[in-house]
Write a protein that binds this ligand. Structure first.
Ligand code: PRP
Ligand code: URA
Length: 207
């Protein structure tokens, strides 16, 4: 099941982000702001527990997040662009890292690094990547975190191709999928159209 953000600020910031003329500092800031909007939606179903609290006026029962801290797993490199926003909303989150590079010829993901915190089973796990194109990297990433024990999974992507969404939903129907926008299609090189180009390159200046 997927949800797509519907918000005028997403439309506005995404349009600026897509613009080929947007320079790297602004690109980073926009991705961060869009990350915050995604984080609000992605955390909508986080478990909370009843907690008594004394306000200056009286006692009441509030709610706090379940003490088992969530886990954020950015897919390197571009997923790092979403991490600071998620950490601002979830400052006690643990962070795992997953290195995944798309082979430009085959478009298949090549895993190159993995480091997860312990006890994934009991924690909500958010896998972060701004781009969902063929879906190969996301499917491999979800298989890796499931292999490490994760059971409560949300995949968060800013821009998606319909092909990638269908592939993730087919391969991982149990995963909650939160998206900023679904674009028209992939091109023959596996890039999202109209898209925003190569997110990692634009974020880190490796173009
Ligand atoms: C990009 C993007 C995704 C992947 C999406 O990463 O950040 O991880 O491609 O494509 P897919 O859905 O077809 O697998 P890339 O491999 O270019 O690495 P980078 O983030 O280091 O630039
Ligand atoms: N990865 C990107 O960064 N951009 C695309 O359009 C597809 C994959």
């Amino acid at each position: 099941m997927h949800r797509v953000l519907q918000h005028p600020l997403v439309d506005h910031k995404l349009t600026l982000l897509r613009d080929r003329g947007t320079a790297r500092p602004l690109f980073r800031d926009l991705l961060d702001e869009l990350g915050l909007l995604l984080a609000v939606e992605a955390t909508r179903h986080l478990p909370t527990v009843p907690t008594p609290v004394d306000t200056p006026l009286e006692a009441m029962e509030g709610r706090r997040m379940d003490p088992r801290d969530p886990v954020l797993v950015p897919i390197l490199r571009a997923g790092l662009g979403l991490l600071p926003a998620f950490l601002r909303l979830l400052p006690t989150a643990k962070v795992g890292h997953l290195g995944m590079a798309r082979d430009h010829a085959t478009l298949r993901p090549v895993p190159y690094y993995k480091n997860f915190p312990p006890e994934l089973e009991a924690r909500p796990v958010f896998v972060l990547d701004p781009m969902l194109a063929t879906g190969g990297s996301a499917c491999e990433a979800l298989a890796e975190v499931k292999g490490a024990g994760a059971k409560h999974l949300t995949l968060v992507c800013l821009l998606a191709a319909p092909e990638g969404v269908a592939r993730v939903e087919r391969s991982h129907p149990d995963v909650d999928l939160v998206l900023g926008c679904i674009d028209r299609q992939l091109n023959e090189k596996g890039y999202i159209l109209p898209g925003l180009g190569d997110a990692g390159d634009r974020l880190f200046g490796t173009v």
